[in-house]
Design a protein around this ligand. Structure first.
Ligand SMILES: [Zn+2]
Ligand SMILES: [Zn+2]
Length: 161
C-alpha cells in the first residue's frame, strides 16, 4: 500500500487514516507467517519541518506455526507504529511505501519463538505424534523413578540453567 503525502504541504498540518489493509505474507527468523485477514490501521501523519512523523497502530491476526508442535495458530497483534520519515530521503511523496514501514514495526514486536499456547506439549521426539492431540505408544512420558532421581541430582548440581 502506498501513501500519498503530496497534499500534506503545510508545515504543522496533519492527516489521519483509518482503514482496513491487507499485508503480504512474510518470514521472520526463517519462519513463515501468513496474513489472510485484513488489519485495522489507524495512523496520524504530521508534517514537521524536516520530517513526516507517523504515529498510530495496526491491529489484526497473524497465522503462525508453533515452534514446538508445528501446528498453525492465530496470533493476535496490536502494534504501535512510530516512524519519522526524513523529507530529504523521500523520492516521491505521492508514493510512500507504507507496507515496508508497517512490516518493520510488526517484526520488531514479534518474539523469536512462537508457541500455540504456553503449555504446548509439542511432538513426541520418538514418533512425531502431536502430544496436544493424544498420547503415543512411546514410553518417553513415563519417568523411571531412578531417572527422576538422576534428574533431581542434575538440577541441584547445575542450577545455573
Ligand atoms: Zn504448539
Ligand atoms: Zn511417540
Amino acid at each position: 500500500m502506498n501513501l500519498d503525502l503530496s497534499n500534506l504541504k503545510e508545515i504543522g498540518s496533519s492527516i489521519s487514516i483509518k482503514k482496513k489493509v491487507s499485508l503480504p505474507a512474510f518470514k521472520n527468523y526463517n519462519q513463515d507467517i501468513e496474513t489472510p485477514y485484513l488489519f485495522d490501521l489507524e495512523l496520524e501523519i504530521y508534517n514537521t519541518d524536516d520530517y513526516y512523523v507517523l504515529n498510530g497502530s495496526l491491529a489484526g491476526t497473524l497465522i503462525m506455526f508453533c515452534s514446538r508442535c508445528l501446528e498453525k495458530f492465530e496470533y493476535p497483534i496490536d502494534v504501535q507504529i512510530e516512524e519519522e520519515l526524513a523529507k530529504k530521503e523521500i523520492e516521491n511523496p505521492e508514493r510512500i511505501n507504507l507496507n515496508e514501514i508497517i512490516m518493520e514495526n510488526i517484526i520488531l514486536s514479534l518474539p523469536m519463538k512462537y508457541l500455540c499456547s504456553a503449555d504446548c506439549r509439542g511432538l513426541c521426539s520418538n514418533c512425531g505424534q502431536n502430544l496436544n492431540t493424544g498420547e503415543c505408544d512411546c514410553d518417553n512420558t513415563i519417568i523411571d523413578p531412578r531417572l527422576a532421581k538422576l534428574k533431581e541430582f542434575y538440577k541441584t548440581d547445575d542450577n545455573e540453567e
